[in-house]
Design a protein. Structure first.
Ligand code: DP6
Length: 332
């Protein structure tokens, strides 16, 4: 076994204030600051080991052992490895095995956890320990910008700014507030329009500049609600923000519709639950699935209601998590 073999598990994250729109697509510099909650159970595990070869080897680790990914899956990973080697001043090629424990490419930020886990395991296998800032900067440059938030646990803010300034910083540790995220899955296939294309089109929406004007106040409300553990304010603000993201997508030219009929069924059910006195609020990333946030006391009843909806295939019970972990068991 290679001594440089490294395995990391990195979680997905759910954006409370969304990254939508880029200043610089190549560097993944966001148009606006975003805030997220790192998840606990939806994770990518990635093993990296140096190999004496002319090119990297990428494998998907599944129930049936290692299988080669499609070229479309492997290419961005190899591009990211090339960039990491340039940044870290090393040459060695790597054998990579990666595994998600949740549906890939379904708006569940699989690329965020994937590129966070790849950044941490590859850097370690290449003999470089990374500070949290370096890890976040490098993960951001993967092309999946939200990966920069998945290198930290708890509640996280990713600042818009220059290449050296735009990285994720901790807002509060996971232990600050035990929030749950019940993910109602209505679609497991890959989304029709990638986030990358969505970011590129965002500024074609006639409402995009108005969104930028509204964001500073919305960001401040989320920061304060997190600090004060004020769930009604947090919930109302993140629901407003999620609708805003999809409004921008739907009014981009050409228009992008990430929602399915099931998305609307869930949004309606969550509003009904609130009228019945159960505090829960919805948010969606660039996909049809809905993340419903609640405090622990509401989780059981929320899961029951979501599971009863005809359009919900299954629910994933997740919540705030403590961030990436180095594992001693490897995938290869
Ligand atoms: C709507 O470019 O980070 O989820 O590469 O698909 O992970 P992926 O997306 P990325 O954009 C994320 C967009 C978003 C909002 C967010 O996570 O902030």
């Amino acid at each position: 076994m290679s001594e440089d073999k490294a395995t990391f598990e990195a979680p997905s994250n759910i954006a409370l204030i969304k990254y939508w729109g880029v200043l610089d697509a190549a560097l993944c510099l966001p148009r606006n600051t975003s805030i997220s909650m790192t998840l606990d159970r939806c994770v990518t595990t990635c093993t990296a080991e140096p190999i004496d070869a002319a090119s990297d080897e990428i494998w998907l680790a599944g129930a049936n052992g290692l299988v080669p990914p499609t070229p479309g899956f492997a290419e961005p990973m190899v591009r990211h490895l090339d960039q990491l080697r340039r940044e870290l001043g090393v040459r060695s090629k790597l054998r990579i095995a990666t595994r998600n424990n949740f549906p890939s490419a379904a708006g569940l930020a699989s690329s965020a956890s994937g590129f966070a886990a790849l950044t941490l395991s590859a850097a370690s296998a290449l003999g470089r320990g990374l500070s949290p800032r370096e890890a976040s900067l490098l993960a951001r440059r993967s092309g999946s910008g939200s990966a920069c938030r998945s290198v930290l646990g708890g509640y996280v803010e990713w600042a818009a700014g220059s290449d050296e300034e735009s990285y994720a910083r901790p807002l509060a540790p996971a232990g600050h507030w035990d929030l749950r995220d019940v993910i109602a899955v209505v679609e497991t296939g890959p989304k029709a329009i990638s986030s990358r294309d969505g970011h590129a089109l965002a500024s074609t929406s006639p409402y995009f500049e108005r969104r930028q004007e509204l964001l500073p106040d919305r960001l401040a409300r989320v920061r304060t609600a997190l600090a004060e553990r004020d769930f009604p304010t947090l919930g109302a603000t993140i629901e407003e923000e999620a609708i805003d993201l999809h409004l921008i997508a739907m009014s981009s030219q050409p228009a992008i519709f990430y929602w399915s009929p099931g998305t609307l069924e869930i949004l309606r059910a969550v509003r009904e639950l609130r009228r019945e006195g159960l505090p829960a609020y919805s948010t969606m990333d660039a996909g049809a699935n809905v993340h419903v946030l609640c405090e622990p006391a509401a989780e059981g009843a929320l899961v029951e209601r979501l599971e009863s909806l005809g359009s919900v295939g299954f629910v994933i019970r997740d919540g705030v998590g403590t961030g990436p972990e180095r594992l001693t068991e490897h995938l290869i």
